[in-house]
Design a protein around this ligand. Structure first.
Ligand code: NAP
Ligand code: ZN
Length: 347
């Protein structure tokens, strides 16, 4: 057992504090990772604050992990000491169900084991990436290609795959009109990917404050959702809308922006249920769908795509003692576009 430095929430209502967590001994199929960077995802905030249900505390969040392998178990074949690697939102799954066999471990029928706040196979509660080291089964560790720096790669492990996967699944490509709602951590990656896949991209943001950034990141158009004309002008326009907003939105208004057969895909996961009127779907044969992260194979594919296209996250690197401040900034949509913790500041 290894005791490592961490930042963890003591309860749903208190700030995160420096502490330690335990890591299991490296088993035959495990790798020990020296974490270099950990991204701050809005899901970390939802989780530690109990938005999605009660948690066991203390809880160290973090599922955008980038680091270096420092030890491997006797049976490990996929990774070696010195490899640059990443860990995302899952650290295990049943590996036997239809979905795991398809490589869609995020939809494991027995439930995948989340990187933090989940019950691990040994009955302990998993602790995430706001720590200096983690021990993970080799099958849930991906390779960060040489062309990608570790700090800009960390957010790809959640924000990257969560937007890449639905864009691929719903066919973002040349000739397609794609809108991205919310220009935060997920949203800015969605813009980069949709652009790289050849689609015509529109950002739908609360205001025009980040327009210059949005256009630089690859958007062709940028509109404010606070302006009534936006919804009139863009009615019936989009083949695909990716909603990354962390709060409830008016789904009917956004569904009206879809073409016939268009799809609004929700990756944003607010605490509250989202109501919608069935005629928003019926009149236009439209779909409303959801999507969770992506499987391990697709996560590796996404990282390779990023290396090939020179894509990384836009980041602000922070020391660990700024985590609580960063949370407040994320909550007020003041993030450009992902906070990444330099975990060396936890030593
Ligand atoms: P984020 O960085 O905070 O970005 C969310 C963006 O939504 C904000 O930057 C803001 O963009 C917009 N927004 C925030 N509050 C809003 C409001 N009240 N009304 C309208 N727009 C608002 O968060 P994130 O890390 O990208 O995560 C976004 C959501 O996705 C979270 O709910 C998270 O839990 C979820 N998530 C889901 C998955 C999955 O697998 N499905 C994976 C990761 C995260 P503008 O300023 O441009 O309007
Ligand atoms: Zn996340």
């Amino acid at each position: 057992m290894l005791t490592v430095n961490a930042y963890a929430a003591p309860s749903a209502t208190e700030p995160l504090i420096p502490t330690t967590v335990q890591r299991r001994d490296v088993g035959p199929h495990d790798v020990l990772i020296d974490i270099k960077f950990a991204g701050i995802c809005h899901s970390d905030i939802h989780t530690v604050r109990g938005d999605w249900g009660p948690q066991t505390y203390p809880l160290a969040p973090g599922h955008e992990i980038a680091g270096i392998v420092t030890e491997v178990g006797s049976e490990v074949t996929r990774h070696a000491v010195g490899d640059r690697v990443g860990v995302g939102c899952m650290v295990n799954s049943c590996r036997e169900c239809a979905n795991c066999l398809k490589g869609e471990e995020q939809y494991c029928l027995k439930g995948n084991v989340g990187t933090y706040g989940a019950v691990d196979r040994d009955g302990t509660i998993t602790q995430g990436g706001y720590t200096t080291h983690v021990v993970v089964n080799e099958d849930f560790v991906v390779t960060i290609p040489d062309g990608l720096k570790l700090d800009v790669a960390a957010p790809l492990l959640c924000a990257g795959i969560t937007t890449y996967s639905p864009l691929r699944h719903w066919g973002a490509a040349p000739g397609k009109q794609v809108a991205v709602v919310g220009l935060g951590g997920l949203g800015h990656m969605a813009v980069k990917f949709a652009h790289a896949l050849g689609a015509e991209v529109t950002v739908l943001s609360q205001s025009l404050k980040k327009m210059e950034d949005g256009l630089r990141l690859g958007a062709d158009h940028y509109r404010a959702t606070s302006e009534e004309e936006t919804f009139q002008d863009l009615a019936g326009t989009f083949d695909l809308i990716i909603n990354t907003v962390s709060a409830p939105i008016n789904l009917d208004a956004y569904l009206s922006l879809l073409t016939v057969d268009g799809a609004l895909v929700n990756v944003g996961a607010p605490a509250e249920p989202l109501p919608l009127h069935e005629f928003s779907l019926i009149l236009g044969r439209r779909s409303f769908a959801g999507s969770a992260i992506g499987g391990i194979r697709e996560t590796q594919e996404m990282l390779d795509f990023c290396a090939e296209h020179g894509i990384g996250a836009e980041i602000e690197v922070i020391p660990a003692d700024k985590i609580n401040e960063a949370y407040e900034r994320v909550l007020s949509s003041d993030v450009r576009y992902r906070f990444v913790i330099d975990t060396s500041t936890m030593n």
